[in-house]
Design a protein around this ligand. Structure first.
Ligand SMILES: Nc1nc2c(c(=O)[nH]1)N[C@H]1C(S)=C(S)[C@@H](COP(=O)(O)O)O[C@H]1N2
Ligand SMILES: [Mo]
Length: 513
C-alpha cells in the first residue's frame, strides 16, 4: 500500500520521465537505423557530432587523449559523440513520445489506432528532417526514420502486447518504456551485427592480387623473400598497417568526384582529377610511415608498397613561388611544412597492388619521404603553396611533428631457444638517412654486437629488419640501438613522444620460458 503510494507520488512528480525515456530510446533507434543503413561512413548521423566533439574539445584535452589514452581517447570521444547524437534525435522525437505516453491531446479525440499512428508520425518525422539536414543522405535519413519509427511502434504496441504479462511489468507507461528500450537495443544490436565495427579489413600483402602489374608483383615477392622468417615478426611489408586519424569516421571520397587543386603562391593555379593522375607515369615505391605519437617501442610504424605519381610533375607545372606548403585533406585536416620536403613526394593512389584503402586516404594521399606520418596527408584535396609560416593541425595542439623522423630500432620479438640461447629481432627505421647497423647489448650496455640486417629494399625511405641470436644463460636485459646511414647513433636520452617524437634505446628483460 505504502509502496504503491510512493510510486504514484513519484510518477506525479516526474510525469515527463517515461516520455523522455521513450524519446531517448527513439534517439538510439534512429542512430542504430542510420548505422544499419550506411555503416561507418560520412552519412552516418554521428559523424557531424563527432566533428563537433573534436572541435569543442580543448586542444590540451585532445593532446592528453592522444598521448595518454591513445585509441582509448578516440573511443571515448566517439562514445561521447554517439551519446550526444542519441540525445539530439531523442529531443526531436520527444513530441511523438509524449503523445504516445498520453501527454498529447485529450484521449478520446482519436481512435486508439489513429492516435498511436499520430504519435509514431510525430516522433519519426522530426528526426528524419534533422537527419536529412545533417547528412543530405537519403539512405541515412530512411534509416533514421525506420529506426525511430520502429521504436515508437514498439512503444505503442507494448502496452497491449505486454498486457497479459506478469504484473511486475507494471503500469502501461512502464510497459511502453520497456518496449521502447527493448526495441532500441534490438535495432542497435542488429546494426552492429550487420555492419560490425565498420572498419574495412586490410588485405594481406602476402597474397598478391591476381591483376597486379608485373613490377608490383616482383617488388612484393622480393619483400616477402627478403623478410626474415622469424616467428611472430612482421614481414618487410606490413600485414597490418596502423591508422591515425583526427576523426572517427573516415571520409568516403568518390574518385570520379575527387579533384586536387594546387593553389596559393604559384605562377598558375592548377586542378587535376583522378583520370589526370591515372594518365601520368606511375611510380612504385616502398615507404615506411611512423607517427610522431608512436611510443619508443610502439607499433605505429609500418611499411607498404605504394604506387602513384611523383608530386614533382605537378609542382613543376604550377611553379611555386613560396617556400612553405599546406596539404589539405577531405576530413578538414591540414598540415604545414617546408615545400622542399614535398618535392620528392608521391601522390599515392594504390597500396600493395590494390586501390588505396579508404582508411589510408583513398583516393589519393601524400607520401613525404623521411618525415613523421602526420604530414603524409590522406584524402588529399589541395596543395596550398605559401610564402610565410603558419601552423598545422597538430602544431596548434602542441606537437612538433612536421620534421624528419628520429632513428629507432624496435625490439618486437624475443624468444628463448633453450639451453640459455635466445633470439631477438625487430625493425629499424631512420627515414631517408637509412639504417646502417643495429647493435645489441646483453650486458647492460658494456659491449655491443652488430645484429644481422635484412637486405635493403629498393627505395631510400624504408625500414630494415634485424635479428640476433646469442647465449646468455638466465634472465638478462637486452638493449638495442640503430646507427643511421650518416653514421649517427640513435639518441640515448629517454623522452616520450610529445612533442617531437620518442627518443632513447629500447630495452627488454628476457629470460628462459
Ligand atoms: N587527412 C588526414 N591525413 C592524415 C591524418 C588525418 O587525421 N587526416 N593523420 C596523419 C597522421 S598523424 C599520421 S601518423 C598518418 C597515418 O597514416 P595511416 O593512417 O595511413 O597509417 O596520416 C596522417 N595523415
Ligand atoms: Mo601521426
Amino acid at each position: 500500500m505504502a509502496k504503491s503510494r510512493t510510486g504514484e507520488v513519484a510518477a506525479r512528480a516526474r510525469p515527463w520521465l517515461p516520455a523522455v525515456a521513450v524519446a531517448l530510446a527513439a534517439g538510439l533507434g534512429a542512430v542504430g537505423g542510420s548505422y544499419l543503413s550506411v555503416g561507418r561512413r560520412p552519412a552516418f548521423v554521428v559523424e557531424p557530432f563527432d566533428r563537433l566533439v573534436l572541435l569543442l574539445s580543448p586542444d590540451a584535452l585532445v593532446a592528453v587523449a592522444i598521448t595518454q589514452l591513445g585509441t582509448l581517447g578516440h573511443q571515448l570521444a566517439f562514445l561521447t559523440a554517439i551519446a550526444v547524437t542519441c540525445t539530439v534525435f531523442g529531443l526531436a522525437a520527444l513530441p511523438g513520445a509524449a503523445f504516445l505516453l498520453g501527454r498529447g491531446p485529450a484521449p478520446g479525440a482519436l481512435s486508439r489506432g489513429g492516435s498511436a499512428l499520430l504519435g509514431v508520425i510525430l516522433g519519426t518525422v522530426p528526426p528524419a528532417i534533422v537527419a536529412y539536414g545533417l547528412t543530405r543522405s537519403q539512405p541515412s535519413t530512411l534509416g533514421v526514420a525506420a529506426g525511430a519509427g520502429f521504436v515508437l511502434l514498439a512503444t505503442a504496441g507494448a502496452s497491449a502486447l505486454l498486457a497479459g504479462e506478469r504484473r511486475s511489468l507494471g503500469s502501461p507507461a512502464r510497459r511502453r518504456v520497456l518496449g521502447a528500450v527493448g526495441s532500441a537495443i534490438g535495432v542497435s544490436g542488429l546494426a552492429l551485427f550487420v555492419q560490425g565495427t565498420g572498419e574495412e579489413p586490410f588485405p594481406s600483402p602476402l597474397e598478391i592480387p591476381e591483376d597486379a602489374r608485373p613490377e608490383v608483383r616482383e617488388l612484393l615477392t622480393r619483400a616477402k623473400d627478403q623478410s626474415f622468417g622469424v616467428e611472430g615478426l612482421e614481414p618487410l611489408v606490413s600485414t597490418d598497417f596502423y591508422e591515425v586519424d583526427i576523426g572517427n569516421v573516415d571520409p568516403d571520397v568518390d574518385p570520379e568526384e575527387w579533384s586536387l587543386s594546387i593553389t596559393g603562391a604559384v605562377a598558375e593555379e592548377r586542378e587535376y582529377d583522378f583520370a589526370d593522375l591515372e594518365g601520368m607515369t606511375l611510380e612504385d615505391r616502398f615507404a615506411t610511415l611512423r607517427c610522431v605519437g608512436d611510443q619508443l617501442n610502439g607499433r605505429q610504424m609500418d611499411t607498404a608498397l605504394w604506387s602513384g605519381v611523383p608530386v614533382r610533375q605537378l609542382l613543376e607545372a604550377a611553379e611555386p613561388a613560396g617556400d612553405r606548403v599546406i596539404l589539405h585533406g577531405a576530413d578538414g585536416y591540414y598540415n604545414e611544412f617546408p615545400i622542399d620536403a614535398l618535392w620528392p613526394g608521391l601522390l599515392a593512389y594504390r597500396m600493395n597492388g590494390r586501390p588505396l584503402p579508404r582508411a589510408h586516404g583513398a583516393p589519393v594521399r601524400a607520401l613525404v619521404p623521411g618525415h613523421w606520418g602526420e604530414i603524409n596527408v590522406k584524402w588529399l584535396t589541395e596543395i596550398e603553396v605559401r610564402d610565410e609560416d603558419t601552423m598545422g593541425y597538430w602544431e596548434h595542439r602542441g606537437w612538433h611533428g612536421t620534421g624528419p623522423v628520429n632513428t629507432v630500432a624496435k625490439l618486437w620479438q624475443t624468444r628463448s631457444l633453450g639451453s640459455g640461447r635466445y633470439e631477438v629481432a625487430g625493425h629499424a627505421y631512420a627515414g631517408t638517412r637509412g639504417i646502417e647497423a643495429v647493435e645489441v647489448s646483453t650486458d647492460e650496455g658494456d659491449t655491443w654486437v652488430e645484429a644481422e640486417l635484412s637486405e635493403p629494399l629498393p627505395g631510400d625511405d624504408v625500414w630494415r629488419q634485424w635479428r640476433h641470436e646469442y647465449g646468455a644463460g638466465g634472465w638478462h636485459k637486452v638493449i638495442v640501438r640503430a646507427r643511421d646511414g650518416d653514421g649517427n647513433l640513435q639518441i640515448p636520452e629517454e623522452d616520450g613522444p610529445r612533442p617531437d617524437g620518442a627518443t632513447g634505446w629500447v630495452s627488454e628483460t628476457v629470460g628462459p620460458q
